[in-house]
Ligand binder design. Structure first.
Ligand SMILES: Cc1cc2nc3c(=O)[nH]c(=O)nc-3n(C[C@H](O)[C@H](O)[C@H](O)COP(=O)(O)OP(=O)(O)OC[C@H]3O[C@@H](n4cnc5c(N)ncnc54)[C@H](O)[C@@H]3O)c2cc1C
Length: 339
């Protein structure tokens, strides 16, 4: 059973997205490393940056260093340095599917969400149009772009927060579809410093995830962009559909409180995690400032002063209660990272 057992948080952690390894328990940056970062990126490097500022849960301890990259040259320079010095480097999207522990993240956290945001049509075959969206573009901007240009295929993602990079890595979706339905290829920055294009058949999407097919780089690449195959249609029908979807999401989801969306994956297509949590009597259950939403039982919300430990403790309790009651294992959809 894949469970959030007492030891689960460290097991579930993605300590890094792969570039360099290090001691997870203390600041891994030496004064020389900090000096180098300062020389290269100046005041843009934020030291001991609280991750609560960069996650939709609004919790999480500090990252040793945090940097928003402006372009590919900076990405190359930084990742080469991290690799050489074995500094962990974590790629953040918009932090809408993350729970960062209270101990924070060792090494460098980077984001592409300021410097990698372009969206454009790269091929127009009349009825079929290919759009390139850079990884740091917001998914909502891609949805809006598609609606404005009259391109069908993206409306399933209307209302899903976060970046295009995060959405591809998570295979984000809804009952109407998921990224795997529309992604034709992705461009990735590999650990050897090269940029490679991965066609759809090299991408092994599954439920809320993306595995890299055998033969691909051992370390998952940093996604730079995605190519989306969309179908030309009438923009007005897309607009009407999108506003219906948004209204439904607003009605069903607890949008007033910080959260990371659905906390657990649905264990079966016919039975949602939310239904099981509800039937286990956990709606409204609280640990510290964390609460099982009254509106949607698969949302853990931060009622204002939650810590990551509160959220993890509540998640463990949910998992144990559902297991004891129904013998169904729940697995987090939210990625848990940090020291
Ligand atoms: C209110 C709310 C509603 C939500 N509803 C839905 C929903 O309906 N459906 C759904 O699927 N999800 C939903 N989510 C979850 C979340 O929005 C999606 O998973 C989203 O696509 C994550 O994008 P992000 O940019 O925030 O990624 P992050 O949370 O920042 O990161 C997620 C993972 O992607 C990796 N990553 C991000 N960018 C890159 C990159 N460029 N290269 C390599 N790795 C990268 C990170 O390292 C991390 O492992 C919801 C969340 C909230 C808060």
């Amino acid at each position: 059973m894949k469970a959030l057992s007492k030891k689960r948080p460290s097991k579930a952690q993605e300590k890094t997205t792969g570039i360099g390894k290090g001691n997870p328990s203390k600041d891994v940056l030496t004064p020389e490393m900090k000096k180098w970062l300062k020389v290269q990126f100046g005041e843009r490097v934020k030291w001991n940056e609280p991750m609560s500022r960069h996650t939709s849960f609004r919790v999480g301890g500090a990252a040793d260093a945090f940097l928003s990259l402006r372009g590919i040259r900076e990405l190359k320079t930084l990742t080469a340095f991290c690799r050489e010095k074995e500094i962990p480097c974590f790629v953040l999207g918009d932090g809408t599917n993350l729970l960062v522990t209270d101990a924070g993240v060792r090494g460098v956290v980077i984001t592409l969400s300021d410097g990698f945001r372009k969206i454009k049509i790269v091929q127009d075959e009349g009825s079929v149009v290919t759009v390139r969206a850079m990884a740091g573009a917001r998914t909502r901007m891609l949805c809006r772009f598609a609606i404005q240009k009259g391109l069908a295929g993206m409306n399933f993602a209307v209302g899903i927060p976060g970046t295009v990079g995060g959405a591809i890595v998570m295979n984000a979706g809804s009952p109407r579809g998921c990224m795997a339905d529309v992604v034709e290829a992705v461009e990735g920055f590999c650990s050897d410093g090269r940029i490679r294009t991965y066609p759809r058949n090299a991408l092994d999407f599954d439920y809320r995830g993306l595995k890299w097919a055998p033969g691909a780089d051992a370390t998952p690449p940093i996604l730079l962009s995605g190519l989306f195959r969309l179908l030309r249609t009438d923009p007005e029908s897309l607009r009407v559909e999108a506003s219906t979807i948004l209204a439904m999401r607003k009605k069903r989801q607890p949008w007033k409180w910080p959260s990371a969306g659905c906390f657990f994956k649905n264990p079966f297509p016919e039975k949602s995690a939310g239904e099981l949590i509800d039937q286990a009597g956990l709606r409204g259950r609280r640990v510290g400032g964390a609460m099982v939403s009254e509106r949607h039982a698969n949302f853990i919300v931060n009622t204002g002063n939650a810590t990551a430990s509160d959220i993890l403790a509540l998640a463990r309790e949910i998992e144990e209660t559902v297991w004891n009651r129904f013998k169904v294992p729940l697995e987090p959809e939210v990625k848990i990272i940090g020291a």
